[in-house]
Design a protein around this ligand. Structure first.
Ligand code: SF4
Length: 366
């Protein structure tokens, strides 16, 4: 499949648009616009840094996903992280320390990476790592949280460090959210939205899209309702069926076409809220962005993986540098063998081709 357009340029334009849109949307909020103005400069600098490395032959991804804990207080139905044993109920083992993560964040900044998504498990359990991230104002840290650990101390930290951007997980209305996440979670999430708005904080929502909620969560009514609550960003993540029983929840081609059309229609009519769709947007970018193409994943004990949905690694960042992880032989082989942008059925290509990924990872270890 030939490369449809310049991915790097698209990402840089994407970052600029998010910054400009956010700046436009935050004019009424001096603390936020002050931060965003500084970040706009930092993000332009970061793009130049990545371009310099590109010229030297190193492709630096635009963002990282960092799972900073294997613990979580919830047991959401169909949780991919629990299914992969990346989230467990026993005491976490071999987790990276806050110092380890700060070292990674610093190197990411030097390489020109300006977005690091913090995930888990429940990332807010690692208050020490979130405080370390707060010390890196040139990088924006979207924090994918279930919202149950937000307290006064966290509200103060988010208020004082605007590079920390909470992204609350929600599934739609109260009924479907509580059905998947547990009784009372919808009320906790929406009351946090109110607290964030009253403090003038930028925040987002992360929605796992299934065959049961795709019409509701992409409807203008639902998106506008979130925008009215102060939400500035929605990240749609297509459900990946980790068990046969859950396969019916995975969107098919018809649902995927509906979701893409609904999101495009909203983007054309409203720029007050930024909508991103994974892997939906990847199709328009010439294929899967994982394995260092535009991002990769670091798990809670330092393993560098192509993506949270592809838990295989041949490098542990604890023993080496982020730069070495970017040049992972596994990542290179996935790109060389065309697994990222080849034809495939279903949403997540690496999950779809997990047998091939596993074989490549195993071959690399011999
Ligand atoms: S909050 Fe996230 S990590 Fe925890 S169980 Fe739910 S989906 Fe899994």
């Amino acid at each position: 499949m030939e490369k449809q357009f310049d991915l790097q340029k698209h990402i840089e334009q994407g970052v600029e648009k998010i910054v400009t849109d956010t700046l436009k949307a935050t004019l009424k909020n001096p603390k936020e616009s002050a931060f965003m103005a500084k970040f706009a400069i930092a993000s332009r600098g970061a793009s130049k840094t990545r371009l310099k490395f590109e010229e030297e032959g190193l492709h630096v991804p635009g963002f990282l996903i960092a799972s900073i804990t294997s613990s979580c207080n919830l047991h959401c139905a169909g949780c991919y992280s629990r299914h992969n044993n990346a989230t467990v109920d026993c005491e976490p083992m071999h987790q990276l320390s806050a110092e380890d993560w700060l070292k990674i964040f610093k190197e990411a900044g030097e390489l020109g990476i300006s977005f690091i998504m913090l995930a888990g498990g429940e990332p807010m359990i690692r208050r020490d790592v979130i405080k370390a991230a707060a010390e890196m104002p040139g990088i924006i840290f979207p924090i994918f949280t279930n919202g149950t650990f937000i307290d006064e101390a966290y509200l103060r930290l988010l208020d004082d460090h605007r590079n920390l951007v909470p992204v609350l997980s929600i599934e739609g209305g109260r009924e479907i959210t509580d059905a998947r996440r547990g009784e009372g979670i919808y009320d906790i999430v929406t009351s946090n939205m109110e607290k964030f708005r009253s403090k003038g904080l930028i925040f987002g929502a992360s929605i796992t899209v299934t065959t049961e909620n795709y019409r509701e969560v992409t409807s203008p009514e639902y998106v506008n309702a979130l925008a009215e609550k102060g939400c500035k960003l929605i990240i749609y993540v297509e459900f990946v069926p980790v068990t046969e029983e859950a396969a019916h929840l995975a969107p098919g081609d018809a649902e995927r076409a509906y979701i893409a059309e609904a999101i495009d229609a909203f983007r054309r009519s409203n720029d007050q809220i930024v909508l991103l769709s994974f892997p939906g947007d990847e199709l328009a970018m010439g294929g899967c962005m994982a394995a260092g193409r535009e991002f990769f994943h670091i798990n809670s004990h330092g393993g560098a993986e192509p993506c949270p949905f592809s838990p295989y690694s041949d490098i542990n960042i604890r023993d080496t540098s982020l730069r070495t992880a970017i040049e992972s032989p596994l990542f290179r082989e996935l790109q060389v063998q065309g697994l990222l942008n080849g034809p495939h059925v279903g949403g997540c290509v690496l999950y779809e081709k997990r047998a091939q990924v596993e074989a490549i990872a195993a071959a690399g270890k011999q």
